[in-house]
Design a binder for this molecule. Structure first.
Ligand code: ZN
Length: 479
């Protein structure tokens, strides 16, 4: 029989309250789990346990969920593209910048390990990982200990630019079909795994890079299998205009017309519904469609804010009945930092500090994401829920004064006071360090991979420019 762990008399537990359908603070409470399931959350546990953890000066929170992550390929951009996009393509990075950052396959493992180490040590226990599949993918997830929804990429076209201002799509529908079939094979294989910690997800890459047929078939395949479905949608002004040019419909209207949208769907970014201020578009159809169909927005505020882009706003989406969850997208993969930015940027967008609270964004990063995955057993500390939880040092100076500990965590301490993280009852972080992977060694390998990508960058750039010309450093180097 699996051993029982008892976190005894914790200073603060963020517990799930069935009556109010929300998280609540419980002071001086116990959390008990056996194997991968929570047995008890509340005061005065009177059972026994193989391991008893002194909860004095500890806060226990449910594991966070990143609903939109690219762990394997995009961490490579650190020090390059934080503050750079394509001005002549209305601030998207997809056509000009991303192809320059291509990492060779032998460095995929390193990128994955860096990203997932960062997720775990920031209290994230479940990730949606969207990537081009590679042979070691499942083994990497298995070893890392994280809970993952693996979303293998497929698309009917590839983005490129011949000149830095034209957005071009190289269409290859047969290739898209082959990738789709392979993705389904992989998903079917993953779904057969007995422990259920790694699951599959259907992921046609972007609204503008896939054909109508492929999108329809992707949605049908997901629903036939009962797995969740995701894509990128309304992520840039040029994508919105492209879809309008092709179909006379917004990206959201187009997906809706295909029967794609539903409560099993999460849409990456969705910064540009028709009412987004930057579009100056006359209709107001998109948010009502999302509310009616129950699709969830996977909002990744850090990367967007860094490039001057803003979702207008979580509060207003919520008011219109649209569900918003949170993801880390490219890098960093610090979920608590992402929650901080989601909260702050909503206040900025609305020019009103009361428009959202840290409690609302914590809810988004836990139960809203869990709902989008169809998982009432994730994102909450409740009896029967998965033992995915995070132990935090309440006495850490950055947490003090800890009158309102979630606010201390989100606005002041971030990941610094995180001591332990458990996924399925298995400990994967100890004293803030990941125990399942060598983060430092992975970072060194990732650095090597980036150096190699930099050396060949002029070959991949439309103008043959060097890395320093495209991505100047933020200070000049004095020789
Ligand atoms: Zn993305």
């Amino acid at each position: 029989m699996a051993p029982t762990t008892w976190i005894k008399n914790a200073g603060c537990v963020v517990a799930w309250d069935e009556e109010t359908n929300g998280h609540v603070y419980l002071n001086d409470a116990d959390v008990v789990f056996t194997g991968d399931r929570i047995d008890f959350v509340g005061k005065g546990y009177d059972g026994t346990a193989e391991e008893v953890i002194d909860g004095h000066e500890r806060m226990v929170i449910p594991g966070l969920i990143s609903l939109h992550t690219h762990a394997t390929h995009i961490t490579r951009g650190k020090g390059l593209n934080e503050e750079i996009d394509s001005k002549l393509m209305f601030n998207t990075t997809l056509f000009e910048i991303n192809p320059l950052l291509a990492l060779e396959p032998q460095y995929f493992n390193a990128s994955f390990e860096c990203a997932v180490s960062e997720l775990l040590r920031s209290g994230c226990t479940t990730m949606v990982e969207m990537t081009n599949p590679y042979p070691e993918w499942i083994d990497n997830v298995e070893r890392s200990g994280i809970r993952a929804y693996l979303a293998p990429h497929f698309s009917s076209s590839r983005y490129y630019t011949p000149n830095g201002h034209s957005m071009c799509y190289e269409w290859d529908e047969a290739k898209g079909r082959r990738q789709f079939e392979e993705a389904l094979k992989l998903i079917d294989e993953i779904e057969k795994r007995p422990d259920g910690r790694i699951r599959g997800m259907v992921y046609p890459a972007q609204v503008d890079s896939c054909t109508e047929d492929l999108m329809r078939d992707a949605a049908a395949a997901a629903r036939e299998r009962g797995v969740p479905l995701t894509t990128h949608c309304a992520q840039s002004v040029v994508e919105f205009r492209e879809m309008m040019h092709r179909h006379g419909k917004t990206p959201v209207e187009w997906l809706h017309g295909l029967g794609f949208l539903g409560p099993d769907v999460s849409l990456g970014h969705l910064l540009f519904p028709d009412e987004a201020p930057k579009l100056h578009w006359p209709t107001r159809n998109d948010l009502p469609i999302l509310a009616e169909t129950g699709a969830t927005v996977a909002h990744c505020p850090v990367i967007q804010a860094r490039r001057g882009r803003l979702l207008h706003s979580i509060a207003s989406y919520k008011e219109k009945g649209v569900k918003v969850a949170i993801g880390t997208d490219t890098f960093p993969h610090n979920m608590i930092d992402e929650i901080r930015w989601a909260t702050v940027m909503c206040k900025v967008a609305t020019e009103d500090t009361h428009s959202i609270t840290a409690g609302d964004t914590f809810h988004a990063a836990t139960v809203v994401a869990a709902e989008a995955l169809g998982r009432p057993d994730l994102g909450r500390l409740a009896i029967g829920a998965k033992a995915d939880l995070v132990l935090i040092d309440l006495g850490h100076p950055l947490m003090q004064p800890a009158r309102d500990p979630l606010r201390s965590l989100i606005f002041s301490a971030l990941d610094a006071p995180i001591l332990r993280v458990y996924v399925d009852g298995r400990q994967v972080v100890e004293d803030g360090e990941v125990t399942t992977m060598d983060h430092r060694a992975a970072a060194a390998r990732l650095n090597e991979g980036q150096q190699r990508a930099i050396a060949t960058m002029p070959e991949r750039d439309w103008g043959g420019r060097s890395c320093d010309e495209i991505f100047p450093r933020c200070l000049p180097t004095k020789h």
